[in-house]
Write a protein that binds this ligand. Structure first.
Ligand SMILES: Nc1ncnc2c1ncn2[C@@H]1O[C@H](COP(=O)(O)OP(=O)(O)OP(=O)(O)O)[C@@H](O)[C@H]1O
Length: 253
């Protein structure tokens, strides 16, 4: 489990971008952070992985204080983190299998054949076969996401961070990628945190959801109770989506 306790974060201008955020992210669940553009989702995600230093509060990984830990401890925890970046962030001049093996090259002393076996296992897990020798420029958006997921799980992470994992994908492929992330999360009991403003993702895989509004945690719940909210700002956010309005209408709410 990952917890943020009373986390505040500001930048040079002193404005609180994260304003006393307290939230828990559960293992085996897809934990979503939602909110409008500029609400503070990415800053929160970066604070959770240690890319931003927090002003006050604590970030805990299974009761271990990550935010205040010495560098060696932080490094150890970081090796248990997988990340899926918005555009995939693949290495353009490396093939699919080289991209997936990259963390193994950096952090393990596995032999070449062990690395290839592990990378092939992960590529099969994301249903990407016969693409090992292709370069990122030869892949579709959905394939790029699959490679990014395979690379993110190649080190057997306990924690998986996804920043807008289906940005740039069509709705059908987005659902496939969302479901794949959820399946992997459950299968390996990973604590997965997904930053999104995609209402389709919310309704598909929102095991736990926090809604950030102007840097504050404004609401928390699950996909099952989000449509019943009477929180005005959350309602404005979700019902800006035509799909959510239709789902509510079909349910007679
Ligand atoms: N490095 C930085 N320096 C100064 N301000 C920053 C920095 N990073 C983010 N901010 C500010 O923090 C606020 C929250 O930004 P953040 O990127 O977290 O929003 P977001 O909710 O992820 O938006 P989006 O959905 O558009 O990605 C914004 O006002 C942004 O300008």
């Amino acid at each position: 489990m990952i917890r943020a306790i009373d986390v505040c974060k500001s930048f040079e201008d002193g404005r609180l971008v994260l304003d006393h955020i307290t939230a828990s992210f559960q293992p085996g669940k897809t934990n979503l952070i939602i909110g409008q553009s500029g609400s503070g989702k990415t800053v929160l995600l970066k604070c959770l992985v240690g890319l931003h230093r927090i002003d006050s509060g604590q970030i805990l990984y299974n009761d271990l204080c990550f935010s205040g830990a010495p560098l060696a401890v932080k490094r150890e925890i970081r090796q248990k983190l997988g990340m899926i970046f918005q555009g995939g962030a693949l290495l353009d001049s490396s093939t699919v299998i080289e991209n997936v093996m990259f963390p193994l090259d950096l952090f393990t002393d596995m032999s070449q054949s062990e690395k290839e076996d592990r990378a092939n296992f992960c590529l099969q897990r994301v249903n990407l076969t016969n693409a090992n020798r292709l370069y990122p420029s030869e892949l579709s958006g959905g394939m790029i996401k699959r490679v990014a997921i395979a690379r993110a799980i190649v080190m057997n992470p306990q924690y998986l961070f996804c920043d807008e994992p289906n940005s740039g994908l069509d709705p059908k492929t987005s659902v496939v990628i969302d479901n794949l992330i959820q399946e992997i999360t459950q299968e390996y009991n990973i604590t997965t945190i997904i930053n999104t403003h995609d209402m389709n993702s919310v309704m598909e895989i929102g095991d736990t959801i926090i809604f950030i509004y102007q840097g504050r945690k404004w609401w928390e719940g699950t996909k099952d109770d989000i449509l019943d909210t009477d929180n005005k700002e959350l309602e404005e956010f979700i019902f800006a989506s035509a799909m959510a309005r239709k789902v509510r209408a079909c349910q007679g709410r």
